[in-house]
Ligand binder design. Structure first.
Ligand code: KG4
Ligand code: ZN
Length: 340
């Protein structure tokens, strides 16, 4: 079955074709980061308008790469939430309209389920059950994954998401948007030991996160510093080390609690090199293995949406008849594929 995936939940328009027998066939992406960088963050209305402009050329290019015609497609999967309502609408309308005109099913996909399954786009991919660390601009969650649609939320953030903390700290340090890669880059020249930032909520039991205190600590350090290039690098390095260490501590705690040894890290922040290295090292120490999507599939993309849709359709899921976007949609509310 050939599934066209459409992602438009935030500031990336992603299109992909996934073959449920042979895997990913082709994918195209347009990132709006340069546009939103001018405003220091995503402007929802601009994001929606840009998705509308991009999806047809990107679909054409994707099908060309795949050497397929629209008529070869068997289904369309689109992101129906969570995300920005207007942006979601553009992809949902495009997906349902395309599917209707071709007489094929259209499936609503959960964006975070896409992130969670993204490592399965790789040849060496994890098997259920595993623990997934979902770290993006809007989420910091630890989820126990027992199968498709079998998700148990083990821990969540009480305030800012990890990506959001990166973005806000980057803004504070004058590094621009998106903050994660900018902070990581600035940290390359920094001394992570100069500012000793706390590892929030690691001294007490549980798997919850909190990053707003860390963001405030970075702000205090910045205000008390001379605000030199060295200060930028050292605060960025100290901040990144604290976030990454905190995430790793909770991942290891979740694996231990659930008696599992397979970890998946996914979402934009999972593109962070320090996080990838630290998790690999600590999970290897307990005889386990950590899986990541390739870098381009950590951040938003159409491939993970086509994959999630393909796996659900193969599992017997029947598309809904009604049209809906869900800006807020908890991942733990998902259920296995259902023929309803
Ligand atoms: O998954 P994603 O592309 O979009 C959401 O669904 O939110 O994640 C975007 C987030 C942003 O906050 C961005 O700053 C962060 O991921 N990010 C990173 C890195 N690359 C992207 N954070 C830390 N290090 C990176 N290398
Ligand atoms: Zn995302």
């Amino acid at each position: 079955m050939l599934v066209l995936g459409i992602e438009s939940s935030c500031d990336e328009t992603g299109i992909a074709v996934y073959d449920t027998d042979a895997g990913l066939v082709a994918h195209t992406l347009f990132s709006q980061v340069d546009t939103h960088a001018l405003y220091g963050g995503v402007v929802p209305e601009i994001a929606s308008r840009d998705h509308i402009k991009r999806w047809i050329p990107l679909t054409r290019e994707c099908l060309e790469q795949a050497q397929l015609k629209l008529e070869d497609l068997d289904a369309v999967a689109y992101t129906s939430g969570p995300g920005l309502a207007g942006a979601l609408f553009t992809g949902a309308i495009a997906g349902r309209m395309l599917a209707w005109s071709l007489g094929i099913p259209a499936l609503a996909v959960h964006h975070m389920e896409g992130h969670l399954l993204a490592p399965m786009l790789e040849a060496h991919s994890p098997s259920f059950p595993f623990i997934c660390l979902l770290v993006s601009g809007g989420h910091t969650q630890l989820v126990r994954v027992d199968g498709l649609g079998q998700y148990k939320l083990l821990g969540d953030t009480l305030d800012d998401a990890a990506g959001e903390a990166f973005d806000k700290t980057a803004k504070l340090l004058g590094l621009g948007y998106p903050g994660g890669p900018k902070v990581a880059n600035a940290a390359l020249d920094g001394d992570p030991e100069r500012f000793k930032f706390a590892r929030p909520m690691t001294n007490r039991a549980g798997l919850e996160f909190s990053f707003s205190g860390l963001k405030t600590a970075a702000m205090t350090a910045w205000r008390q510093s001379e605000q030199s290039a060295r200060d930028v690098a050292d605060i960025a390095a100290g901040f990144q080390a604290a976030v990454v260490d905190t995430l790793a501590i909770k991942c290891l705690r979740a694996l231990k609690q659930e008696h599992l040894t397979t970890l998946v890290a996914s979402g934009g922040v999972a593109a962070n090199a320090q996080l990838r290295n630290l998790l690999a090292k600590r999970v290897a120490r307990i005889g386990g293995e950590v899986f990541y999507p390739r870098l381009e599939f950590c951040t938003d993309n159409g491939a993970m949406i086509a994959l999630a849709g393909g796996l659900r359709l193969s599992g017997g899921q029947k598309p809904e008849q009604h049209f809906e976007v869900r800006p807020r949609w908890p991942v733990e509310s998902l259920v296995p594929p259902q023929a309803s």
